[in-house]
Design a protein around this ligand. Structure first.
Ligand code: GRG
Length: 309
């Protein structure tokens, strides 16, 4: 048993678990599934544009979270892989649209030229739309060995997470806040819990739903994910200041340039780091009832604050 006095034991006491190997293996598994999910067919132009961004790398954190949550809840990778792929399709489409000139206007993403820089704005918009629609089709058509009621629940949760109640709503408030010096912590938290947190929460919750977790366990999954989601964004804000373009795979220092309110701009870097640590501790606390089975999700929580890109 690794959990002592309500807190997960330090890393050296987590036997036989190497996060870096785990993440590498899962990334390979997810990337193989993504490659197979989207064949290049007529009209090739749009499939090429969709594949360009979908297969451009990235940490694959969202699908990995979904698979880990499903396994923690007693399910299998097989049950969750279509949803895991769909989550990455949705994340990718949000990056394509976020990078457009009408939004963040970025030239680089994941170390490559952004979708609109390669295919033009018209095709980039359509590639995003295509990925979004296909994500839902893919879950509905490809999920196997899971009761239909659970699949329906996943589709509903995911729809809510990406629409105006989630990512889209967060992005709108983010756009409205740009260039304003009077953004309050409450607004910033709204932006991040919606723009970034909603999809991360959906990853963990959908993994749990597919495996058939109880409602109270689903609450624990949701709290874990909300906490890591906010910590993830705080670290993202810090990295925008401290990391290089090579490390990030995208232009660094964009927030400052766009006069965006960020956690470091409100609290300073050191306090922001401390807040992220507190959120990670709170996230891990939620998984205490699951004991050793939660080791991958506990380690992923730590990875969120330790990451450099
Ligand atoms: C979802 C319908 C719909 C529209 C999109 C543009 C938009 C609305 C929302 C913006 C969402 C966005 C870009 C949020 C930022 C999330 C974030 C922190 C991205 C970076 O995630 P990483 O670090 O990236 O996991 P990799 O490349 O590793 O996958």
């Amino acid at each position: 048993m690794v959990v002592t006095d309500g807190r997960p034991a330090p890393k050296e006491e987590l036997p036989n678990f190497d996060l870096s190997t785990y993440l590498k293996e899962r990334k390979v598994q997810v990337e193989e599934a993504l490659d197979l999910s989207l064949p290049l067919v007529y009209p090739e132009k749009i499939y090429e544009a969709m594949r360009y961004s979908l297969l451009a790398g990235g940490k694959r954190l969202r699908p990995i979270l979904c698979l880990a949550a499903c396994e923690l809840a007693g399910g299998t990778v097989q049950m969750a892989i279509p949803t895991a792929c769909a989550l990455e399709m949705i994340h990718t489409m949000s990056l394509i649209h976020d990078d457009l000139p009408a939004m963040d206007n970025d030239d680089y993403r994941r170390g490559k030229l952004t979708n609109h820089k390669v295919y033009g704005e018209d095709i980039a918009i359509l590639a995003g739309d295509g990925l979004l629609a296909y994500a839902f089709e893919y879950i509905a058509a490809q999920t196997q060995d899971v009761p239909a009621q659970r699949v329906l629940q996943v589709i509903a949760r995911l729809g809510r997470a990406v629409g105006a109640a989630g990512l889209v709503g967060g992005q709108v408030v983010d756009l409205e806040s740009e260039g304003r010096g009077d953004i309050k912590e409450e607004t910033l938290t709204f932006i991040h819990t919606h723009k970034t947190g909603a999809l991360l929460e959906a990853c963990v919750v959908c993994g749990g739903i597919l495996a058939g977790v109880s409602n109270s366990q689903l609450e624990d999954f949701s709290s874990y994910a909300q906490n890591i989601g906010l910590a993830f964004q705080i670290i993202d804000d810090i990295l925008d200041i401290t990391a290089t373009q090579e490390e990030l795979g995208k232009t660094a220092g964009k927030d400052l340039e766009a006069q965006k309110a960020t956690y470091p701009s409100l609290w300073g870097i050191e306090t922001s780091k401390a807040k992220a640590q507190q959120l990670i501790a709170a996230a891990k606390e939620q998984l205490t009832p699951f004991g050793e089975k939660a080791i991958p999700l506990l380690a992923i929580a730590d990875f969120i604050t330790a990451r450099t890109h």
